[in-house]
Design a protein around this ligand. Sequence first.
Ligand code: GLN
Length: 185
Amino acid sequence: MKVGVLALQGDFEAHARAVRSAGADPFDVRTQSELAAADALIIPGGESTTIRKLATEYGLLEPLRQRAQDGLPIFGTCAGMIACARTITDGEPPILGVVDVDVRRNAYGRQVQSFEADIDVRGIGEMRAVFIRAPRVERVGDEVDVLARHNDEPVIVRQGQILLAAFHPELTGDDRLHRLFIDLV
Ligand code: GLN
């Protein structure tokens, strides 16, 4: 299976390693034809405002919206979660807007912009999670399944074939969440 990794910005190389380790073929997505070749897509963390800006400049925003609406399996992490959320509660317009959650950017404040925690993931078990200026999920819709929480707040959610994590699963050398995503496809 060919898993595209949106390679506009952020930690796309580490995601590609995790995809390979999970047994699928990763490749970088920067153009419309590369996007068209993807059986599934990872949207890495980084900065959601930059992802919006670069996706617009590269002519990828509308094609991404279209493919997402047509059911392309997507794994969005951190800024990638923000990119998929229906509502960004800071008042910015949605980017892809395909998952029925409200997220608040940088919600854990300046002092704790970055932290690690052990979370219990349904279907996987305990996992170390690295949160870097992470978004907080403030609402989940009826069709959204919560797979893990931290301090009662959802940190992994799934709606159909779209999986979203508030943290950076590519940074810990643990490919189990990438495997779970590939199994959804
Ligand atoms: N704070 C970033 C944003 O608002 C997300 C941080 C990340 O992806 N590590 O997009």
